[in-house]
Ligand binder design. Structure first.
Ligand SMILES: *Cc1c(COP(=O)(O)O)cnc(C)c1O
Length: 419
């Protein structure tokens, strides 16, 4: 590893790309946000002209993008998941299958809906393993949440096939894969509902915000009721066939909606850039014998802001990661990265310990729950193995050909020294 005269890093120029989302803030964002201030309308249900609302226009864009019949703007991705689960009728006594690698919010949403998350392995795509999903089904299972992690589409054909064979609902978590697709179909449109996030770390942002898309009228109406405790009173024109029940306040403000609208209009351009960047780098390292590129179930639908590859052992991946950093390319291993990453199930402390807001009444100990789900930090060894051997490099739409070349050269140099 220390071969003496390799002291000059491949990359000496600083590597300072901002976030995917906020780096794009420009004229369009300013115009739409200022437009809201000028209209003096920051609340979507103000007045009768609901079609002038930014939130309405945003919903319309997501209906068009996904082909879904309905869209409901909410104030966060977590809110979208909770309202979609409750909208789908999921609640006490139900088990919902989630992947071992996803943001903790996915599992939290299940618990907030009073259901029990069941954690299953991901495969080398770092998305839910369809076989592990099927193996985890019990008489209590009601739904599965495939999560398109790091912009990578899940194996939706296999997941939909298992779900339909067992009569299970599918709610897609598209928080990290806005703009992605699988076999030409927009992510979020496979399941009964798809849930997006506009938080700052996602592809595009509104600061905070989320979106539910669905073609199921009943889910849409129930999600509407849950997202606003007085929904039926604001939106009198909507004929609600579903009986009302108490909801929260998940409404999206017009300022956030305007920002999300400006940002969402950029998605296709950003994704096209990212795809060409990722494909150039992947091709440049595909022949390296010790490097195994992440399996992408459909490369054409990959949002492509994340490049992941695996080394043969955890120890090698850690050495590789350090060496690649020394070459001037920021990267990280995914497991054992020096902090308790809340995207990895073993760090979902309140889930692992089955803790709720009140110990007297949790989804696990409530009367309706007849199952017996167990959790432990080592319950998904395959997931921990993939994550432990993975090296991740964050890509950015502003990367040039030169930047891509630096990444390829640095990876090739590191691989040459380490093998
Ligand atoms: C960010 C994220 C969420 C939650 O979205 P928020 O807008 O932060 O509430 C849910 N699931 C995944 C996979 C995420 O990455």
């Amino acid at each position: 590893m220390q071969t003496g005269n390799n002291h000059t890093p491949v990359r000496t120029k600083p590597w300072n790309f901002g976030m995917l989302s906020t780096e794009e803030f420009g004229q369009q964002e300013k115009e739409l946000v200022l437009g809201v201030l000028e209209k003096k309308r920051v609340f979507r249900y103000y007045g009768k002209d609901k079609e002038q609302s930014e939130a309405y226009r945003l919903e319309q864009l997501y209906r068009e993008r996904t082909g879904a019949k309905y869209a409901l703007a909410v104030n966060a991705g977590t809110s979208a998941l909770v309202a979609a689960l409750i909208g789908a009728g999921i609640g006490p006594g139900d088990e919902v299958i989630v992947p071992a690698y996803t943001y903790i919010a996915t599992a939290a949403a299940v618990l907030i809906a009073r259901a029990v998350p069941v954690i299953v392995e991901v495969d080398d795509s770092l998305t839910i393993d369809p076989q592990a999903f099927e193996d985890a089904i019990t008489p209590h299972t009601k739904a599965v949440i495939p999560v398109h992690m790091r912009g990578v589409p899940c194996r939706m054909d296999a997941i939909m096939e298992v779900a339909s064979r067992h009569g299970l609902l599918v709610i897609e978590d598209v928080a990290q894969a806005n703009g992605g697709s699988y076999r030409g179909q927009a992510l979020g449109s496979f399941g009964l509902a798809g849930c997006f996030s506009f938080q700052q770390y996602k592809l595009i942002t509104a600061g905070e915000g989320g979106m539910i898309v669905t073609s199921d009228e009943k889910l849409y109406e129930r999600a509407n009721i849950y997202h606003d405790s007085a929904f039926v009173y604001w939106d009198m024109n909507e004929e609600n066939r579903e009986p009302t029940f108490p909801g929260e306040n998940y409404r999206l403000s017009e300022i956030n909606a305007a920002l999300a609208l400006a940002q969402s209009q950029r998605i296709n351009t950003i994704v096209a850039r990212l795809q060409s960047i990722k494909s150039a780098i992947s091709q440049g390292i595909a022949d390296l014998p010790d490097i195994r590129l992440q399996t992408i179930p459909d490369p054409q639908g990959d949002v492509s802001y994340s490049l992941v590859f695996y080394l043969p052992t955890v120890e090698m991946s850690q050495r590789f990661s350090r060496k690649l950093s020394d070459e001037g390319i920021p990267n990280g291993t995914i497991n054992n990265n020096g902090f308790a990453d809340r995207h990895i199930y073993k760090n979902w402390t309140y889930v692992m310990e089955k803790r709720g807001a009140s110990e007297r009444d949790t989804p696990w100990n409530c009367e309706s729950y007849k199952g017996n789900v167990q959790y432990s930090p080592d319950m998904c060894p395959k997931t921990l193995d993939w994550l432990g051997r993975a090296i991740a490099i964050g890509l950015h739409q502003h990367m040039t050909e030169e930047d891509c070349g630096d990444v390829v050269r640095a990876i090739r140099k590191t691989a040459g020294v380490l093998s």
